[in-house]
Design a binder for this molecule. Structure first.
Ligand code: SAH
Ligand code: MG
Length: 195
């Protein structure tokens, strides 16, 4: 992979306020999967491809990533970026709304990264649970959403997102088949291991 290109893409995304994965979040994920690298990764929310390209370094040989994005402009940019970095063999983009695409997928994944519409996290969780392998990991980014999720503040215009993020945390915490940690890293990261 062309790491210089990846750095440039990261810089440009930050300048354009595209919410790419934070360095400390990426580090935590890398540590979690180091001992048992994934062969198949599902990502919900590609943006310009930054996190998917980072994850492509963590894959087992011949491993692949499926990533879903609905914004046409971002898809276009992600494709260009992925070519520039030279990881097009490893990343497949599904173009469209994850709410429509997920139910059509019937793959098995070792890792899922949820990083799209916060109001849909419980739905994304149920779809991920349907496709995740035993011992697999489901990561969900932004689950603490600037602190709104753990405060009693619920008059914010983002209250639907907050309600659904709370519901996500409740579901992963109460599911007896999952072992879940909620970390304050980045904007909040939920890590759920399938028992
Ligand atoms: N994972 C990326 C950042 C994703 S930002 C990275 O770390 O580099 C979230 C993205 O999810 C946005 O580009 C947005 O367009 C997309 N998105 C939000 N809701 C979606 C949905 N329901 N289906 C598909 N994509 C969605
Ligand atoms: Mg995020």
């Amino acid at each position: 992979m062309n790491k210089e290109e990846l750095k440039k893409i990261k810089q440009k995304a930050l300048e354009e306020h595209i919410p790419i994965i934070m360095d400390d979040t990426l580090e935590v994920i890398e540590k979690e999967i180091k001992n048992n690298p994934p062969r198949r990764i599902l990502e919900i929310g590609t943006a310009v491809g930054y996190s998917a390209m980072c994850f492509s370094e963590f894959l087992l040989e011949n491993g692949k990533i499926d990533t879903i994005e609905r914004d046409a402009e971002r898809i276009k940019e992600a494709k260009i970026n992925i070519k520039k970095v030279g990881v097009e063999e490893k990343i497949n983009i599904y173009e469209g709304d994850a709410v429509d695409i997920l139910p059509t997928l019937n793959e098995k994944y070792d890792m899922v990264f949820i990083d799209a519409a916060k109001g849909k996290y419980p739905f994304f969780l149920n779809q991920s649970l349907r496709m995740i392998n035993p011992d697999g990991l489901i990561f969900a980014d932004n689950v603490l959403y600037k602190g709104y999720v753990m405060s009693d503040y619920n008059k914010h215009k983002q209250r639907t997102a907050v309600r659904n993020l709370r519901e996500y945390i409740k579901q992963v915490s109460e599911n007896p088949n999952l072992e879940t940690q909620i970390l304050e890293v980045g904007d909040g990261l939920a890590i759920s291991r399938i028992k």
